[in-house]
Design a protein around this ligand. Structure first.
Ligand SMILES: *Cc1c(COP(=O)(O)O)cnc(C)c1O
Length: 489
């Protein structure tokens, strides 16, 4: 084994090898982009053949250079490129260049966020970033937060804290010690019918089951219907059920619609419930100087999910859960002699594992630290506002086009619509046409857009996170979709 080539260490030949491999990688990446498409087009079968190697773990290592050549031939040309303006399928963003550099830094030193002695500088940076985030979202003293693997885990963490807080405070029952209370089947959480599936998944994992999750209808703008919610809570209470949590969605995954936070907060107060805001998508709106009032009321919520790998354009993963009363994180604290001794805290060493579902954890906070400072408030405001204005442009355009129908006016940056002209035929036939158009865009045009269902019908979706998308681009894509729709009939 050539020891100097294994890690980056304090030796000249190790440093030279590190630079050589990084430079080759950067060169390969930049060279692999030879056109503007989001995807080169292969089908699943074609890709299976393309990525095939006779043995992923060969008897003798091939060495970096041979593997780089396979990467160059088999993998890089087929990557989906989220930075292409032809990519607008999901809430999965392109990564800014400085945030990719941050990834290199954090994996080079490979710290883990569980205990201070594994990540001294990373722990202190995460604490500072969390403090800034709490202030930015309007939380006061006593608030706290932690980085997570993504919005799903942030939501799950919040649901655990809400459950344990409620059972402690209102039922005088310690779940951490005893497990679920005997009447656990009566616990109820409320969320809109179009909220993220991590609610049901979490309810199941937490032993509460899907039946704990009450789905509240949405209005014509895809926001939670307050009157319906009030009725559901009253009905549940009359039946002896126990409402403990309301999850508001601040930016639904498909429509970007925002539930009415102020009213929901009053309702939660009146009923002694925890209010969680799933702002995995909408959290980025805070940075838009023009439109941040659209998420006003976020500070009224007991906890907030913030995803940085969506509107904030950072590499996966980067997410945080913020909590108004940081003490509720006690639910997740458990001491181990080998990791997070109680005495550490007294001596001024913070072990972030005390707040986290994960043990080994990435230093994702670094990307926020770098990105915020690099672009500042003005840079971020322009990025977020541009995406939101693009969505507004597309909505107005489609609303006035007889070949399309568009579901609702966007509050953030996604637009859900459908080819629905007489040329598409009846509803079922139009569903098929819309599906075919999306497949054709991927495989024949390198364009990747979203597809979903609204009111029982297949729709197409543009999720406009990339601020480099122009109005001309949107115009030409809509013309392409129109043309493919006619051909697909
Ligand atoms: C994306 C999303 C999530 C899940 O976040 P991940 O980071 O993908 O785990 C949760 N809620 C909403 C509203 C989302 O859009």
């Amino acid at each position: 084994m050539e020891t100097s080539k294994l890690f980056l260490i304090n030796q000249d030949d190790s440093k030279a090898e590190y630079k050589r491999i990084m430079e080759q990688t950067v060169n390969a990446l930049t060279a692999s982009i030879t056109d503007d498409r989001a995807y080169a087009g292969p089908t699943p079968d074609e890709l299976k053949k393309h990525v095939y190697v006779d043995d992923i773990l060969p008897e003798n290592g091939l060495g970096w250079d041979a593997v780089l050549s396979r990467l160059n031939n088999q993998i890089l040309p087929n990557f989906l490129r989220t930075s292409s303006t032809d990519y607008m399928a999901h809430l999965h963003s392109p990564a800014t260049i400085e945030s990719i550099a941050s990834e290199l830094i954090l994996s080079t030193f490979n710290q883990s966020m569980d205990s201070w002695d594994q990540s001294p500088v990373a722990t202190e940076v995460e604490l500072e970033v969390v403090k800034k985030l709490c202030a930015m979202y309007g939380y006061g003293d006593g608030a706290d937060g932690v980085f997570t693997s993504g919005g799903s885990q942030s939501n799950q963490t919040a649901i655990i804290l809400a459950r344990d807080w409620f059972c402690n405070e209102k039922l005088n029952f310690d779940i951490k010690k005893h497990g679920l209370p005997e009447n656990f089947r009566k616990l109820r959480m409320y969320t809109s019918e179009i909220s993220h599936f991590s609610m049901e998944k979490s309810a199941h994992v937490l032993g509460l089951g899907y039946e704990c999750v009450v789905k509240v209808p949405v209005d014509s703008r895809k926001k939670m219907d307050l009157a319906a919610l009030k009725q559901l809570i009253e009905k549940d209470k009359a039946e002896g059920n126990i409402p403990f949590l309301l999850v508001a969605t601040v930016g639904t995954t498909d429509f970007g619609s925002i539930d009415p936070l102020k009213e929901l907060s009053e309702l939660c107060k009146a009923n002694g419930m925890w209010l969680h805001a799933d702002a995995a998508y909408g959290s980025g709106v805070i940075l838009s100087q023009k439109y941040s009032n659209r998420i006003a009321g976020l500070n009224l919520c007991d906890s907030i999910t913030v995803d940085f790998h969506k509107m904030f354009l950072l590499p996966i993963s980067s997410s945080a859960v913020l909590v108004k009363n940081g003490k509720t994180f006690d639910a997740l604290t458990i001491h181990a002699d080998y990791l997070n001794r109680e005495e550490d805290e007294e001596d001024g060493y913070t072990n972030l594992v005390d707040k986290s579902l994960q043990t080994t954890r990435r230093f994702d906070a670094l990307k926020v630290w770098v990105a915020f400072q690099t672009r500042g408030k003005d840079g971020w405001s322009e990025i977020i506002s541009t995406s939101m204005e693009n969505a507004q442009y597309l909505y107005q355009k489609l609303k006035n086009d007889k070949d399309f129908c568009v579901v609702t006016e966007p509050e953030i940056s996604s637009v859900v619509f459908r080819l629905s002209s007489a040329k598409c035929g009846g509803d079922e036939q139009a569903d098929e046409v819309n599906k075919k158009v999306r497949r054709s865009l991927i495989h024949n045009h390198g364009v990747v857009i979203g597809q979903t269902v609204s009111d029982g019908r297949v729709h197409l979706k543009f999720t406009l996170l990339n601020p480099l998308i122009t109005r001309q681009k949107l115009d030409s894509l809509i013309e392409l979709i129109r043309k493919l729709g006619t051909e697909a009939k």
